[in-house]
Ligand binder design. Structure first.
Ligand SMILES: Cc1cc2nc3c(=O)[nH]c(=O)nc-3n(C[C@H](O)[C@H](O)[C@H](O)COP(=O)(O)O)c2cc1C
Length: 220
């Protein structure tokens, strides 16, 4: 696969087939991804894969929290609001996605179901958790985690797999740590759902747009 095809071909997948990802394939992807750059080559990431029964248990527990409307309590603080023009981009994504999926703005039940599906990893058979030690500097370690995370998305694409970064997967880190036997002092940065895309579902075909590069680029 050409690098340009990979960069342009990757998109967030929001509908997966239940077929499991063989652990051999998973390990191959993660082995490749760990060639990602990191600050001082510290490689601060720890990777814990929830697959099979563990992924199902997490999906069930998160669905319960989502249905109850429990407020997220992530280890790494999440943005609550965005200044413009970022807020507009955020709102546009939600609107474009729901429209593409045929969900009407007024259809509160369908919108809620979409958010519940998010807590169920959109049906993905596995979630890759990227974790850091509690003693690490958060902003810089998070840069490194983003580096390995995006690299693994491309490595997965090469294996015919789809991925999506899911903030929803780290809304309740205490639950994830208990299920995955992760010590309490570690911080869950993000989870990335992975699996074979359900290409019959529009949720796996949606493409987000980008602002023109001229809008964000300047040669000083
Ligand atoms: C840190 C991070 C967290 C994200 N969390 C979610 C999420 O909880 N739910 C979701 O549907 N998409 C989530 N996404 C996916 C973004 O919406 C997506 O990357 C963005 O819209 C660009 O689209 P693309 O990935 O298809 O190119 C997340 C992405 C990132 C980088």
């Amino acid at each position: 696969m050409k690098l340009e095809d990979a960069v342009k071909g990757r998109r967030s997948i929001r509908a997966f087939l239940p077929n499991p990802v063989p652990r051999e394939t998973m390990t191959k992807i993660l082995k490749l991804a760990t060639w990602a750059p990191s600050w001082g080559n510290t490689q601060p990431w720890e990777i814990v894969v929830a697959d099979g029964a563990k992924a199902q248990e997490l999906a069930r527990l998160f669905e319960e929290e989502g249905t109850r409307g429990t407020a997220p309590r992530p280890d790494i603080e999440m943005p609550v609001d965005f200044p413009e023009p970022f807020k507009n981009r955020y709102m546009k994504l939600g609107k474009d996605l729901l429209t593409y999926m045929g969900i009407e703005r007024e259809d509160k039940a369908a919108r809620k179901q979409h958010y519940i599906n998010m807590y169920k990893f959109f049906g993905a058979p596995a979630v890759i958790y990227l974790i850091i030690d509690g003693g690490l500097n958060v902003p810089y370690s998070c840069l490194d985690v983003g580096s390995v995370g995006t690299t693994l998305c491309y490595a997965a694409l090469q294996e015919g797999l789809g991925t999506i970064y899911l903030a929803a997967s780290m809304h309740f880190p205490d639950i994830a740590k208990k299920v995955l036997s992760v010590p309490e002092h570690k911080k869950i940065v993000i989870g990335i759902a992975i699996g074979y895309p359900d290409l019959h579902n529009p949720a796996s075909l949606f493409r987000s747009d980008r602002v023109p590069v001229e809008d964000i680029l300047r040669y000083a």
